[in-house]
Design a protein around this ligand. Structure first.
Ligand code: PAZ
Length: 329
């Protein structure tokens, strides 16, 4: 399929991210390394966190979204546990696999420690020992075996350039590549030719319509071209598996929107979730027309550390989704 005009223009009119060639080289090397050390190794490209929409070229202000990268970082750990090598394309400073247990949390990381060690040495507090040892072991295993590659992005444009290039770099993997697109990607952006170069000055904003002398900052956003079709038909290796997410806030739209996305883009799976319940329930919309809900039972919601990704992993492995997961939770 030939990319439409809007897509071609997007990549010619927006600047190539500075880090792109470095990231491509890292991914090629990662793919080569894993293909030569274990030809059976599957590789997941996990995208995570939100994309920004800059308002100025020399960016002082930008539009952002809520995503902290919990889904992506948590899922990446489960992919690693299942034997995948993971390329983690994430919003800079969002949650990362393993460190997510101790960063961005309500506790400061120093609260996990005290100086009760021999001679006043700083040690991990007793109540955190067991979990930290487990997390540390998994982290060190991933590091030793070069299983996790962290690549940051910030803007919507960086994200799309990265996705296109990295998908192409995964071509040698054929069906051993998996795309898990959990990033919250902006649907709107300001085209380059309409973007201010410098910080928008409050004195320059247009006269407001509401009040005679009031000023309003009016921003015109264009829709971001839909790239999933091209990812499926051109960028991604043939035979690879592509999983996308659909976020909604209106429960009555979730399933139909997720179904529409699956039909429109023709990939393998859409996982739907609602903003307010995303940590506790998701719906799988599969190619065979099935709608499968996975829910963390109510009693486990407040103390669940791993969240719903753990149940999805269990359910998937045992192929007993409905028995494993409390659907009335
Ligand atoms: O990062 P997070 O864990 O807070 O949120 C995850 C999520 C809701 C961004 C993800 O599950 C998702 O739905 N991503 C796709 C969003 C979209 O429709 O663009």
């Amino acid at each position: 399929m030939i990319p439409d005009d809007a897509q071609s223009r997007y990549f010619t009119e927006n600047p190539t991210p500075k880090a792109l060639s470095k990231h491509e080289a890292l991914v090629r090397e990662f793919v080569e390394y894993h293909t030569s050390t274990d030809p059976e190794r599957r590789v997941a490209l996990v995208t995570s966190g939100g994309t920004t929409v800059p308002l100025e070229n020399q960016t002082v202000r930008f539009i952002d979204n809520f995503s902290a990268g919990t889904r992506g970082a948590t899922s990446a750990e489960y992919f690693l546990r299942e034997g995948y090598a993971v390329i983690f394309l994430h919003r800079q400073y969002s949650l990362l696999p393993y460190s997510r247990h101790y960063s961005h949390s309500t506790n400061c990381f120093l609260d996990f420690m005290d100086d009760s060690g021999e001679g006043g040495n700083v040690v991990v507090r007793q109540e955190y020992q067991e979990k930290m040892r487990r997390v540390l072991e998994e982290y060190q295993y991933a590091k030793r075996n070069r299983l996790l590659l962290l690549l940051p992005f910030t803007t919507i444009t960086e994200y799309l350039f990265e996705l296109r290039s990295l998908a192409t770099c995964l071509q040698p993997l054929h069906s051993r590549a998996l795309f898990y697109l959990a990033a919250a990607v902006s649907d709107f952006f300001i085209p380059r030719d309409r973007m201010e170069e410098h910080k928008i000055q409050s004195s320059n904003v247009q006269d407001g319509k509401k009040t005679g002398d009031g000023k309003q900052l009016l921003i015109n956003l264009d829709p971001v071209p839909k790239f999933l079709t091209t990812l499926v038909s051109q960028w991604a290796p043939e035979g690879s598996m592509i999983v996308s997410f659909k976020l909604e806030t209106d429960p009555s739209l979730l399933v139909s929107k997720a179904e529409q996305a699956l039909h429109k883009y023709g990939h393998d799976l859409v996982i739907g979730n609602l903003l307010t319940t995303r940590k506790w329930e998701v719906v799988f919309i599969t190619k065979d027309g099935e709608e499968r809900w996975v829910r963390v039972p109510k009693a486990k919601r407040s103390r669940s550390v791993s969240g719903i990704e753990e149940l999805v992993g269990m359910a998937d492995k045992n192929k007993r989704l409905d028995e494993e997961v409390d659907l009335n939770g």
